[in-house]
Design a protein around this ligand. Structure first.
Ligand SMILES: Cc1cc2nc3c(=O)[nH]c(=O)nc-3n(C[C@H](O)[C@H](O)[C@H](O)COP(=O)(O)OP(=O)(O)OC[C@H]3O[C@@H](n4cnc5c(N)ncnc54)[C@H](O)[C@@H]3O)c2cc1C
Length: 421
């Protein structure tokens, strides 16, 4: 069997790696001249800057892969007790890291905490319910508005009021049935539960991770080779990439929805038109140098506060990267902001950071992400009932979960299925 992989981001690279280990022949096509997709790092006046994912969780599969690639010595692990905050009503409120922590926090009033205890008495998810409706019904308005909404929205750059629970929380609802409550699985999903895997970065930047996977399987990856189309012939699927043709038995597509739609147009026109309907939230990251008012990973801002900034990562504090701070702006709330001139974004972020923390911020640069984060909003209804021809599958951060650990897990799962098949 020969597997063709479209895309050499983390998913395509990890899939190539696991297929090689399973003894299965594969070839991956990557449009760009370097591997890794959205994971990019650089340096600014000697400080490592992440132009993509800021940090990741060292879950079991990530740890195993890191060890196999001999990268253990290149990790920077954040202190386990570092808090994350929500900024609301003029103050930083420490986010509780466990169900018990919710009962101690100053982010909730006593009635808000009592309401939270009622969760086991609330019913299961309802059809058509949004993530915001479900969280509010389960945990109460205050817990949703002060803690869960800002954090959950921050993870996706999206408004939970626009995200149907069945897409945004798929999997979580299954865990609710298993664990008997939604709060603990929800905290885990946001990487906040007490027994969580530690947050890490790579010493020289997170792009070291995809680069190391690429080095391990480079003979299976073609860089600078954009896939143009896929069609079927009597022998299997023919992938046309940069004018060359490659015949494979199975195809795994890992690219963003619009690209996937283009390459699947001939072989799966209905799926292609559904994928085209998926919305993304563009996001800008604005990098500044600034002191921080506390130790922690940073803060999300409650939605009714009068700020454009969505949230801030204190990478300097968490990972010893000098006084580097990354602010997020745009997302589902203000997508148009992302394309504003650099000077305007710098002005907004520095002014708001100073207002909120009391510390001066010195602008460094802006990185804009298009298409950005998959929105997991109502446009995901387009995927209901989508069918792909046998032998073609999607392994993507919009048909499954987005975080790096999930991408590794899905790649390993798909490789296992192909090996078994
Ligand atoms: C701004 C941002 C911040 C994030 N922050 C975090 C974080 O802090 N922690 C975390 O765990 N996760 C984070 N994520 C999520 C995680 O980084 C991504 O979900 C994951 O890296 C996606 O990898 P992928 O391989 O699935 O997709 P991609 O990285 O999108 O890779 C797809 C690849 O396909 C290639 N391609 C495009 N067109 C073609 C074509 N025609 N033919 C061949 N190849 C093509 C692209 O060049 C790209 O390399 C973040 C994501 C973004 C965008």
């Amino acid at each position: 069997m020969r597997v063709g992989i479209v895309g050499g981001g983390l998913t395509g690279l990890a899939l190539s790696y696991y297929l090689e280990r399973a003894g299965i022949d594969s070839v991956a096509f990557e449009a760009d001249s370097s591997p890794g997709g959205v994971i990019n790092s650089g340096r600014r006046e000697g400080t490592v800057v992440e132009y993509g994912p800021q940090r990741l969780r060292l879950t079991g599969p990530v740890e195993t892969l890191v060890a196999e690639l001999d990268l253990e010595d290149e990790l920077r692990v954040a202190d386990g007790d570092l808090p994350i905050y929500v900024y609301a009503d003029g103050d930083f409120r420490e986010v509780p890291m466990s169900a018990r922590g919710f009962l101690r926090t100053d982010a909730l009033s006593v009635p808000g905490k009592v309401r939270l205890l009622g969760e086991p008495l609330t019913g299961d998810g309802r059809p058509g319910e949004t993530a915001a409706e479900l969280f509010t019904r389960k945990f109460g308005k205050e817990a949703y508005e002060n803690v869960i909404g800002p954090l959950f929205g921050g993870v996706f750059g999206s408004d939970p009021a626009e995200m149907p629970a069945k897409y945004a929380l798929s999997g979580l609802l299954g865990l609710e049935a298993r664990e008997g409550n939604l709060l603990v699985p929800a905290l885990k999903r946001m990487g906040l539960e007490d027994d969580r895997s530690p947050a890490i970065v790579f010493e020289d930047g997170n792009e070291r991770f995809p680069e190391a996977i690429y080095e391990a399987v480079r003979d299976r990856i073609h860089l600078d080779t954009p896939v143009e189309s896929i069609h079927e012939n009597g022998d299997g699927y023919v992938i046309t990439a940069d004018g060359e043709r490659e015949v494979v038995d199975e195809v795994v597509v890992t690219t963003p929805a619009e690209v996937s739609a283009g390459v699947l147009e001939t072989v799966a026109p209905d799926a292609a038109s559904r994928l085209r309907r998926l919305r993304y939230n563009p996001i800008a990251m604005v990098y500044v140098r600034a002191k921080t008012p506390a130790r922690g990973f940073g803060y999300q801002i409650r939605k009714d506060e009068p700020y454009h900034t969505l949230g801030v990562s204190w990478n300097g504090v968490a990972f010893g990267r000098d006084d580097l701070v990354t602010a997020f702006i745009g997302g589902m709330w203000e997508p148009e902001l992302v394309s504003e001139p650099e000077g305007r974004l710098a002005e907004i972020v520095c002014r708001e950071y100073e207002e909120i923390t009391g510390y001066e911020a010195q602008f460094l640069e802006v990185e804009r992400f298009y298409p950005g984060f998959p929105a997991h909003d109502h446009s995901w209804e387009a995927l209901d009932g989508m069918e792909l021809p046998e032998g073609i599958r999607l392994a993507t951060n919009y048909t499954s979960r987005m975080g790096i650990p999930s991408r590794i897990r899905e790649a390993r799962k798909v490789a296992g299925e192909l090996a078994d098949g």
